[in-house]
Design a protein around this ligand. Structure first.
Ligand SMILES: *Cc1c(COP(=O)(O)O)cnc(C)c1O
Length: 362
């Protein structure tokens, strides 16, 4: 028998979250963003379940798109950053992969390419993120060049990306939307702006294509902040482990590397066989919640490579073999990410292969 660690993947939850996208944006086409191995969940498994529930998929690079094609995914797949060298356009054309055009160089590559078939292009517009996209003064000319380009099929989709849609109080998103309207309102073309927070909280951003990623995995892009639509999501991944040792420590004793946690009273410590080598963040601080036998207990001491220690003094008696949940069902990943100084996106995405993904079908 091996270690009890598993990242359990609940496909019923995935279907529920995909249905919520449809409910919230009923008039938009839906593009499931499955880049970075579907944020650590396993791109092929997730894409297979999403096919038929979405109109297209999106990834960060051609390699990710080809992995999906090789496993039989037939949906259109958009490269969110476009191609990184001109030869990739040939493969994209053969595999019916859509490309983002972000800048003048990518546009020239497309204009000069000899392709087996024309490509569906998405023209990215920079409305304030300042990372990718045509600048205000370039949009009209780039759009016209794509319309005139024999390697671009039909009308390009106009897209933009939000910098702070997860911060509902700020006016950044409203300003980005106003600029997007101003730069693209005169074209007869489909448009796309909404990421997960856009789908959940900014109906004006839905346009013709929504592009959710994170919410499909059932976690709130608003972190631990309340948001009514996000409260309806169901986590796909539940990270599980088990207790492998239990001991009493006297008041005044320290636990773990560096002795960063000190017992203020006679305490009971449970050791769980999961650590930063398994995807649990080393930066999680004392007090980070852990579910032991379904009950919340605080992390006590530094996270090791293969183990953590938890203060279970206030819990019903804990024994070796008892089940532990690090995040997922009953414990939103944001509650672990925040005391670790990061976001749930990072914790999910960097889950290492060492932790087996196990699909639970219900
Ligand atoms: C990653 C990404 C998305 C999805 O964002 P989420 O917050 O995960 O929904 C959408 N659009 C672009 C351009 C992206 O890079």
């Amino acid at each position: 028998m091996s270690r009890p660690n598993q990242a359990r993947l609940d496909l019923a939850a995935l279907r529920h979250n995909a249905d919520l996208v449809r409910e919230l944006a009923p008039n938009a086409n839906r593009m499931a963003v499955v880049k970075a191995n579907a944020y650590g969940h396993g791109a092929v498994t997730m894409a297979r379940e999403l096919e038929g529930r979405t109109d297209a998929m999106a990834v960060a690079c051609l390699e990710e798109a080809l992995e999906l094609r090789e496993s039989g995914i037939a949906s259109p797949i958009l490269l969110l950053e476009g191609v990184f060298e001109p030869d990739e356009l040939k493969i994209a054309a053969e595999q019916q992969i859509w490309v983002t055009v972000d800048n003048a160089v990518q546009l020239e590559w497309l204009e000069n390419a000899r392709l087996s078939a024309p490509l569906q292009c998405w023209l990215k517009v920079d409305t304030g993120m300042h990372r990718l996209g045509a600048e205000a003064g370039q949009v009209a000319a780039f759009f016209q060049r794509l319309v005139d380009c024999p390697n671009s099929v039909g009308t390009p989709v106009l897209s933009t990306h939000f910098a702070s849609a997860d911060e509902i109080e700020r006016d950044t998103t409203t300003r980005q939307l106003a600029l997007f309207e101003q730069l693209t309102g005169d074209f007869r073309a489909l448009r796309s702006a909404a990421n997960s927070p856009g789908v959940l909280a900014w109906p004006a951003s839905h346009y013709d294509w929504v592009r959710p990623g994170y919410m499909l995995w059932g976690n709130s892009p608003f972190g631990t902040a309340e948001q009514a639509n996000a409260a309806r999501l169901r986590p796909v991944m539940t990270l599980c482990s088990a207790v492998i040792s239990v001991r009493d420590v006297a008041a005044g004793e320290c636990v773990g590397y560096g002795g960063s946690w000190r017992a203020e009273r006679p305490s009971r410590i449970a050791t769980v066989t999961i650590g930063y080598g398994d995807g649990y963040p080393r930066t999680a601080s004392n007090g980070t919640p852990v579910l032991v036998n379904g009950q919340r207990a605080p992390l006590a001491g530094r996270v090791s490579m293969d183990m953590i220690t938890v203060d279970v003094t206030d819990l019903d008696p804990v024994q070796i073999g008892d089940p532990v949940i690090l995040w997922g069902d009953g414990l939103p990943v944001a509650e672990v990410a925040e005391p670790a100084g990061t976001i749930g996106y990072e914790l999910l995405t960097r889950m290492p292969p060492r932790t087996p993904r196990v699909v639970v079908t219900a």
